[in-house]
Write a protein that binds this ligand. Structure first.
Ligand SMILES: [Zn+2]
Length: 279
């Protein structure tokens, strides 16, 4: 991020989520979960929250006071920022902050601890945080940002207030990808029509597999947003309730992670695994 960049720029189009946070700012919950959107918009909303709770105006962030500016520059003494994009969040990183969380904030606002891409918590670290949340932490609030709440420790989510950012706009899938995503959805419903596509040797390389996963994520976002502008997203909404749609989203996230690791995987097997999730 360049020094002059607006730290909240990625919030454009997310007015609804911002309004929801404003509505609870006078009595902030100890912990919130931010899901949906993309990684940048989740971080921006977390920073907005920190500003909202510390701005000298006492109200909607002015963007100009020392607190707003320092938070935007990640240089505020009541802001702790852990970035899962830089690697796993480990137990020592959490334990090291316990004495800080035991103290009230330095300034008149709240100390805000943000875990960006909190799905990168190691289990032990997530449990350590959970333990910390179970003790009174006056003046401290916590933010867990992740693509989907299901990727976080359930007991952390159940203690938190959840805000969902609008899913990014759909960009149309190519006819080739639509053929694949439609076949995948067909397999979820009938158990057929999929494996003959992936079984020929070399039928799916990593690039194609990622495009299919991304294509299905687009359809799913379209379904979850309720606008259903494509035939497949409309079909998903008819076939599945919200819980099932979220399960699909989780499987797609895991498939994307598997395809993106440096460890060699068989792309066709990753897709087949997705195909069997909903049968
Ligand atoms: Zn301000």
């Amino acid at each position: 991020m360049t020094p002059n960049a607006d730290p909240l720029a990625a919030l454009a189009g997310h007015d609804h989520a911002v309004m929801r946070l404003n509505a609870i700012a006078d009595n902030p919950p100890q912990s919130i979960v931010i899901e949906g959107g993309d990684a940048d918009s989740r971080v921006a909303l977390a920073l907005y929250w920190a500003m909202r709770l510390n701005c000298a105006s006492g109200s909607v962030p002015c963007g100009q006071c020392p607190a707003c500016r320092q938070i935007g520059a990640f240089a505020f003494n009541d802001l702790l920022f852990f970035d899962g994009r830089e690697g796993l969040i480990k137990v020592d990183m959490v334990r090291d902050q316990r004495s800080t969380w035991g103290q009230p904030p330095n300034g008149p606002g709240r100390r805000v601890t943000i875990f960006a891409e909190a799905q990168m918590f190691m289990t032990e670290a997530a449990n350590a945080l959970l333990k910390s949340l179970e003790e009174p932490r006056p003046g401290n609030v916590f933010v867990l940002a992740a693509p989907q709440r299901e990727r976080l420790l359930e007991t952390l989510v159940s203690r938190s207030w959840v805000v969902t950012l609008a899913w990014p706009d759909i960009r149309e899938n190519t006819p080739e990808i639509t053929e694949w995503t439609t076949a995948l959805a067909g397999c979820w419903q009938s158990g057929r029509g999929w494996f003959e596509r992936t079984s020929p040797k070399g039928a799916v390389d990593k690039q194609l597999a990622l495009q299919i996963v991304l294509g299905m994520q687009r359809e799913l976002r379209e379904a979850l947003s309720g606008s259903c502008s494509t035939p497949l997203s409309a079909r998903l909404v008819r076939a599945y309730d919200l819980t099932a749609l979220r399960r699909i989203g989780l499987a797609l996230d895991q498939a994307q992670d598997a395809l993106n690791t440096q460890v060699p995987v068989n792309p066709a097997m990753v897709l087949d695994w997705v195909a069997t999730r909903m049968v």
